[in-house]
Design a binder for this molecule. Sequence first.
Ligand SMILES: C[S@@+](CC[C@H](N)C(=O)[O-])C[C@H]1O[C@@H](n2cnc3c(N)ncnc32)[C@H](O)[C@@H]1O
Length: 215
Amino acid sequence: MKKFEGVYKVKGKLATLNSSPGFRVYDERLLNKGGCEYRVWDPYRSKLAAAILNGLNEFPFEGDSNVLYLGASSGTTASHLADICSHGLIYCVEFSRRMMRELLQVTAQKRNMIPILADAKKPEQYVYRVGSVDVIYQDVAQAKQAEILLRNTEAFRPRYGMLAIKSRSINAVKSPKQVFREETEKLKGKFEILQNVDLRPYDKDHIFLNLRVKK
Ligand SMILES: C[S@@+](CC[C@H](N)C(=O)[O-])C[C@H]1O[C@@H](n2cnc3c(N)ncnc32)[C@H](O)[C@@H]1O
């Protein structure tokens, strides 16, 4: 069964078609069906998987989409996007050298993932390494999350954005509701908010926004 382009339900589990057969990124299960190998996509490890299971209703990724991924970490979610956008490129920005070392193990196998060691707050550091971008996916657990997305949107002019916002990283004193409201307000000039997906029970700390850039 197909959920969205490149996203499947296999043996009752959310999964993507493995673009590097035999290779696992985070100890996920590999499932064979109809002569194809799928990677089980764990909603407790990936907010995008959680959002899909919780009723995400528009999916901006296509087989040939180019994605700018801010906060790629060791590549859990980015590797599933690499399976989905197997004819596109996933530009993976990560500023921790430790995470980058792990990410490089993954990008060596998934050749459409481009590792970029840089600070997502400073798109000028990597603008020359990134081609055209259809979607920006951001999950950086930082202060100033809306500002980071807005700055990258100015620099790369995508059509869509996806943002996982962690309230505690922005302000640990204000209520999460207030932080989410304030961050969403900052985005409204630039983006149409397509959906705000509650990630519980998979994740309790974030809200997940699906965004379309206003024309
Ligand atoms: C919650 S983790 C991301 C998990 C990942 N999105 C996934 O689902 O596989 C956040 C990551 O963002 C990175 N990060 C935080 N601030 C950043 C910045 N300003 N620039 C680049 N990476 C950043 C952290 O080092 C961390 O690896």
